[in-house]
Design a protein. Structure first.
Length: 192
């Protein structure tokens, strides 16, 4: 089990109602259903990923998470998950605020674009970084936003969003010392 998935699993209470935005092939939702007995649905834009969800028995709707949340009522879900999908949306502030409207709590997982390896590639090679966590070159990346862990914390403070829990990781290790420099992924449990 990927460490990020284990952390998300730990964030979520058993029997919760979950909405996974940008759910991909549904593997996280599948794990939550099996391990935490959650009821869940996903939203995904990639048709191939949707077929994989359906093949695995995961409830999913085809949609763009920039606009999909408007149809949901307030606090319909216990948790809304944006795991490594926030950097791919056009309007991240709107998406987070809408996620906080439809969910009691929101889990956000972001790649850290200020990890030391990315910084070194920019400094020494003079090129946009390509890493295991950021595998695309500038011309074919799905990422529209390039943010650091500090940027995300600042965003939350500025918008009166409570960070209930924060875990930062690199590979299979939790990073506590200088996470903005050494962590490759940040995971946040939020509440408004």
């Amino acid at each position: 089990m990927r460490l990020a998935y284990k952390i998300i699993l730990d964030f979520i209470e058993p029997n919760a109602r979950v909405l996974d935005l940008g759910c991909g092939d549904g593997s996280l939702l599948s794990m939550l259903i099996k391990e935490r007995h959650c009821t869940g649905t996903g939203v995904e834009i990639d048709e191939d990923a949707i077929y994989k969800c359906v093949e695995n028995g995961i409830s999913v709707s085809h949609g763009d998470i920039d606009t999909e949340l408007l149809d949901y009522t307030d606090k319909r879900f216990d948790y809304v998950i944006l795991n490594e999908s926030l950097q791919e949306v056009l309007h991240p502030k709107k998406v987070i605020l809408e996620a906080l409207r439809v969910g009691k709590k929101v889990i956000v997982g972001i790649p850290n674009f200020c990890h030391w390896d990315a910084r070194a590639q920019i400094f020494f090679e003079g090129r946009v970084p390509v890493t295991k966590e950021l595998p695309h070159e500038w011309f074919d990346t799905p990422n529209l936003r390039f943010l650091s862990l500090k940027d995300f914390r600042h965003f939350c403070r500025k918008n009166d969003i409570k960070i209930l829990a924060e875990k930062t990781i690199a590979g299979d290790k939790i990073i506590s010392l200088e996470p903005n420099l050494f962590a490759k992924i940040g995971l946040y449990l939020l509440e408004k």
